[in-house]
Design a protein around this ligand. Structure first.
Ligand SMILES: C[S@@+](CC[C@H](N)C(=O)[O-])C[C@H]1O[C@@H](n2cnc3c(N)ncnc32)[C@H](O)[C@@H]1O
Length: 247
């Protein structure tokens, strides 16, 4: 684990005002070979943001995934990056695919602790997972900053765009197929604020080579990066991080 000192609180700097160093996008043959550990993304941050951020690094890990009372498939690096990105988000946060609510609870906790009134909008298609996510969030006392939008991601996204909603962070973790991810990517210019971030889960995954019908996150992100307004920032855990350039 990246040796992080715990400094609290970090300065609330707007994403759009920050020049973040970027790494090249990995080659397809390198996907899933290494899962880069978390290191702070925002240059103003030199350690953990707060106790809740530090606590993620102390969670037990099995088969590379953090273990909490809420099931999920997050690596420590994924979870730490989610917390930081939500904490620094320059607008509300959009999550696509919540399952049991593990990532949702991290996003909601960070948004609450940042104290800037950011809310988490979470899209989930499965009614059972909708209930389980709502229960997770309720049990953690985070319902105030959470809004569940039941339904299919592409349909809900269209509704959000029609309502002129713009997000500072989009966590893409629903249907990992190429067509579904490409649909989201095409919507990102309208969905994201300048300077905002999009974190693609299971981007850094060997299944892009072994199960290309089910895993098309990588090619969809590559196509997104042909738009000059977006740049690849880095690989963290199994995620790929993309920024919409500040205006
Ligand atoms: C990998 S799980 C999400 C895990 C969660 N983000 C976490 O880290 O704790 C994917 C979720 O996306 C939902 N899902 C799949 N396809 C979807 C779609 N087209 N629209 C909305 N949700 C979808 C599934 O029901 C499932 O709960």
């Amino acid at each position: 684990m990246w040796a992080l000192r715990h400094r609290q609180p970090a300065e609330p700097v707007q994403q759009s005002a920050i020049a973040i160093k970027s790494d090249p996008i990995p080659a397809v043959d390198d996907l899933g070979q290494v899962f880069p550990e978390y290191r702070p993304i925002h240059p103003t941050l030199s350690g953990f943001i707060d106790d809740a951020h530090a606590a993620i690094a102390s969670l037990p890990v099995r088969d590379g995934l953090i273990q909490t009372e809420t099931p999920g498939f997050l690596r420590p690096a994924d979870a730490l990056a989610l917390y930081e990105l939500a904490w620094f988000s320059n607008a509300d946060i959009l999550e696509l695919g919540s399952a049991w609510g593990l990532s949702t609870s991290i996003l909601c906790q960070a948004a609450r602790n940042a104290g800037r009134g950011r809310r988490v909008v979470s899209v989930e298609i499965d009614p059972q997972f909708q209930r389980l996510t709502a229960r997770t969030i309720r049990r953690r006392g985070l319902s105030g900053g959470f809004r569940l939008m039941p339904g299919e991601a592409a349909t809900v996204i269209r509704r959000l765009i029609d309502k002129h909603r713009r997000f500072g962070l989009v966590f893409v973790d629903h249907d990992h197929s190429g067509p579904a991810t490409a649909t989201v990517c095409r919507a990102l210019p309208e969905l994201m604020r300048p300077g905002g971030m999009a974190l693609f889960h299971d981007f850094n995954d060997t299944r892009h080579r072994t199960e290309p019908d089910a895993y098309g996150v990588y090619p969809a992100v590559r196509t997104l990066l042909e738009d000059y307004r977006f740049r690849y920032l880095r690989t963290v855990g199994c995620c790929g991080l993309v920024q919409r350039l500040p205006a």
